[in-house]
Design a protein around this ligand. Sequence first.
Ligand SMILES: O=C(O)CCC(=O)N[C@@H](C(=O)O)c1ccccc1
Length: 368
Amino acid sequence: MKLTGVELRRVRMPLVAPFRTSFGVETTRDVLLLRAVTDEAEGWGECVALTDPLYSSEYVDGAADVLRRYLVPALAAHERLDANMVVPALHRFKGHRMAKAALEMAVLDAELRAAGRPLARELGAVRERVPCGVSVGIMGSVGELLDAVDGYLEAGYVRIKLKIQPGWDVEPVRAVRERFGDDVLLQVDANTAYTLADARHLARLDPFGLLLIEQPLDEEDVLGHAELARTLATPICLDESITSAKSAADAIRLGACSIVNIKPGRVGGYLEARRVHDVCAAHGVPVWAGGMLETGLGRAANVALAALPGFTLPGDTSASDRYYRTDITPPFVLEDGHLPVPTAPGLGVEPLPDALAAVTTGTDWLPL
Ligand SMILES: O=C(O)CCC(=O)N[C@@H](C(=O)O)c1ccccc1
């Protein structure tokens, strides 16, 4: 394909309710979308960087800047381009995995639409629908949390993930267990909020039969997670620490995790995400699909990824209405606790023009 240009498009998506984690509160997603225009088809990419560098070092204005000044111009050197060439062509620029992932995603979508191939098939999907978990933020009270969990279980979600932080961990987990029983699939996500000094405290979560505790320590403290794994009965899952297939292999060999949350933006793209999946499968490590409050574009791609064989745990592939009153694509609707894997070429979905226009705050055309 010949890439003729990339449109950077900012959209502002209000959340249906504030989403509080150990690193902050999201009330509106300020999302950077990419539209790759080629001589054969157009493709969409979604950058998962947040407004502020609180989940990782990337942030949406920085991603737009590095794409505009470095990453998109770097692709101009390639007369013909396919998705496998994008990340290698950007290798000399350090980091910015979420920005690179968005660009690869847009080129991959265009390539697959031109070829009439669905992303799920390209990645190696083996399922036509995926079981869906839901992520529940830190709430103002245990009562409010229980009401939220009740609503999600009523909606059919097959797994509950609770955000935790020091001062909001054992009590909410105990309350959910007491109210909903031991059979509910339950896990927690600390987003790096603890240190090794909290090991004894975190061991108080062991009696609750959690599926996993996600990223309790700093993203760079892989050895700390290995030491914590020797202390806790609850399996450790890593998120922020896993930035590539190699870092997954290293973390597994060091005993830092026995489960991995795969987020394509965090690891530099859907092609690398498949490699993370393959490395984890080779080590017998189950994986699940994380989420970054994606619009229907990223959601479609995450559902396709979640259909690969090693994704044996329900992911954070929730329905569109978990976060948005109106999505920019036809909404993903939970059916019996599952979402259908898109079957049309590429992402299998595209933005609804009016819905997209209603939330667009700016566009920037980058010709090549
Ligand atoms: O369902 C989703 O898309 C969100 C799942 C979720 O909890 N994501 C967390 C995370 O740290 O993994 C998060 C991402 C971005 C912003 C806030 C929270």
